[in-house]
Design a protein around this ligand. Sequence first.
Ligand code: SF4
Ligand code: SF4
Length: 280
Amino acid sequence: MIVSIASGKGGTGKTLVATSLALSLPNKRPVQFLDCDVEEPDAHIFLKPLLTHKQAVSIPIPHIDEKKCTYCGKCAEVCAYNAIAVIKEKVLIFPELCHGCGACSYLCPEGAISEVGREIGVVEVGQSKEIEFIHGKLAIGEMMAPPIIREVKKHINQERLVIIDVSPGTSCPVVEAVKDSDFCLLVTEPTPFGLNDLVLAIEMLHRLAIPCGVVINRGGVGDSNVEEYCHKEGIPILLRIPLDIEIAKLYSRGITLVEGLPQWRETFLRLYNDIELNKK
Ligand code: SF4
Ligand code: SF4
């Protein structure tokens, strides 16, 4: 089973939920944790894995053979990402915009384009006690998160419960990380911003046909609109975590909720059981 932990909005406590869920389960079933929030992976701070393997991730970008190029402009025409421009007798490549889709080299009528690898980040693999741990890291200044997420997901071990920590929002990296999940847990907070982004995230999951449930973090602040929305839409609220200074202090020190306050372990086990009941 693959469970992704996402949030429409950043800073809602998604990693707090994902790491505590992972740590609550190894006695019940083995867990694999994938941190696909590759722009800002932080689950390693809480799970403290021993990382044993590192692999560079590259994407193929075009290289022009000026001897063969006739400057016809076809490559610039087919590039959906504006990563190539042809100006008079010069072909300009913008590597940061290139998605490595290969369309330009495939369609160049002169066979003037070859592909060269460009490193955009790394995937690291390790172990945190009984938990298999994998995370991706996008290099500073790079924007192409999906290829790194795909590399992280190649490590999925279906013999384990796979927990995926997803980046916030509803953009391409989020879709790449959550697709193929059996269930998605959406962590939000009871504020107008939380509700706005939760609605967008739920719409995205409906389109991907992934069942979901909600965790309300920092309960007690804001209003009841998130609860009312979930009731109206029939989205189950599976966990409520109150605004609590103790939890905030633990988080700031890189300590997970279930390790700092072990009484939460049972609550996370119940959350897991509820996910089992609501999955695809
Ligand atoms: S499509 Fe090929 S020949 Fe035409 S401008 Fe691009 S690289 Fe040159
Ligand atoms: S590989 Fe794709 S994205 Fe990159 S320059 Fe060629 S057409 Fe554009």
